[in-house]
Design a binder for this molecule. Structure first.
Ligand code: ZN
Length: 196
């Protein structure tokens, strides 16, 4: 569905031509939402006016997001963890996560929480330790170490780490040197090594 446009909002001409194209809107941890976007093009002045109903775009994105909830919940309950242990750590009522899997139009707050937990999987451990500050800082460094270890295994490199610590952790730089090719890889807060 698209809204009706009888004349060009710029020049007032009625010589309008409808063009439609399929656009993709990316959705975290899911397939993109595909929406038909309709544009009325003025043959007189060339102005493009988007006449797609905003509701159609929102509905398509909501439905694509809904499709990701089950997958994220399943991920949280994998890798040696159970959904009930995650619920206990997060202080959520029992069976909340499995209920979310079957809840159409889950709240945005819940979806945001799920995305954070999927992105930073160690947040559950931090919650489980009562948000202890020292444990939380350690968790960040352990995760950085894991990323570097993975990079070294993948790239076959040696590692030198340096941390610049002021009042807060401002920079943590790992310099990875490839012994054979003499290449240097810097990982600065990134999961993917960047060749320089
Ligand atoms: Zn016009």
């Amino acid at each position: 569905m698209s809204r009706e446009l009888k004349c060009c909002p710029y020049c007032g001409s009625a010589a309008l031509e409808k063009r439609s194209e399929l656009q993709e809107f990316s959705v975290p941890y899911g397939a993109p939402a595909r929406v038909q976007v309709d544009t009325m093009v003025c043959r007189e002045c060339g102005l493009d006016t988007d006449v797609t109903e905003g509701k159609d775009v929102r509905d398509a994105i909501d439905s694509a997001v809904e499709g990701t909830v089950g997958r994220i919940v399943d991920f949280l309950g994998s890798g040696g963890r159970t959904l009930s242990s995650v619920e206990r750590a997060l202080d959520l009522p029992e069976r909340t996560l499995s209920r979310w899997k079957n809840t159409p139009k889950l709240s945005r707050e819940s979806i945001t929480l799920l995305r954070f937990l999927r992105t930073y999987t160690w947040l559950v451990e931090v919650a489980d330790r009562g948000y202890n500050e020292a444990f939380a800082r350690g968790a960040v460094l352990r995760e950085a170490g894991r990323i570097v270890t993975e990079a070294t295994e993948r790239e076959g490199v040696t590692v030198a780490a340096s941390a610049c610590i002021g009042e807060t952790y401002e920079a943590l730089t790992f310099t990875l040197t490839k012994t054979r090719e003499k290449e240097t890889v810097h990982v600065v807060g990134s999961g993917e090594p960047v060749l320089v």
